[in-house]
Design a protein around this ligand. Structure first.
Ligand code: IMP
Length: 184
């Protein structure tokens, strides 16, 4: 059992602000500029549901280059807060990515197992290029070596919620990133 949370105990737990709204806005703007610099002819954004929906919405609106958007859903943690390493495609893309300049928009990379699987799945579909942007990277927890081209914030550990990220479907609506405070 992991040390952060059981769903039943969530209501008793608090959160502490990790990244403020202003910090998020600044960083998202910088990421949008970097992505457009690398993709002057436009980019196809693939948001990983559900956690990336807020990040993608802000990122796309901050981009000066042309964008198109699609979404994909992979199996998530379910009721647990640690990755099983088993990745399942829950919702596929609506359009082909063959020959397109693609950027995966991911909320958070923890062990890296989910993103590594997704990159393998998408690379097999022959995009012209495949890059990845993630809002939060938990560097110390990485289990696989994988390319992440644009990183919003690097943190060591801890369970992060808000700005689209959830714990058992809670907290996605928070306009900032918060850390779940572990039970004493
Ligand atoms: P990974 O396969 O361990 O890298 O897990 C990636 C996925 O787990 C993310 O896309 C999130 O859905 C979820 N996840 C990992 N860490 C957190 C966290 O701190 N807060 C919320 N979701 C997380």
């Amino acid at each position: 059992m992991d040390r952060y949370v059981t769903l039943a105990s969530l209501t008793a737990q608090g959160t502490e602000v990790l990244i403020t709204e202003a910090q998020l806005a600044d960083r998202v703007r910088a990421l949008a500029e970097a992505i457009c610099r690398d993709h002057p002819h436009g980019v196809h954004l693939i948001g990983v549901l559900k956690g990336a929906f807020v990040f993608l919405a802000d990122l796309a609106r901050a981009m000066a280059c042309e964008t198109t958007t699609d979404f994909i859903a992979l199996s998530s943690y379910g009721p647990h807060t640690s990755s099983s390493g088993e990745v399942q495609l829950l919702k596929d893309l609506e359009s082909s990515i063959e020959g397109r300049a693609v950027v995966i928009v991911e909320d958070i990379v923890d062990t890296g197992l989910t993103l590594a699987s997704l990159q393998t799945i998408l690379r097999a579909r022959s995009p012209a290029s495949l890059r990845t942007v993630c809002l939060v990277s938990k560097t110390s927890r990485r289990q696989v070596d994988l390319p992440i081209d644009y990183v919003g914030f690097s943190i060591d550990d801890g369970f992060v919620v808000g700005y689209g990220l959830d714990a058992g479907e809670r907290y996605r609506h928070l306009p900032y990133l918060a850390r779940l405070v572990p039970e004493p």
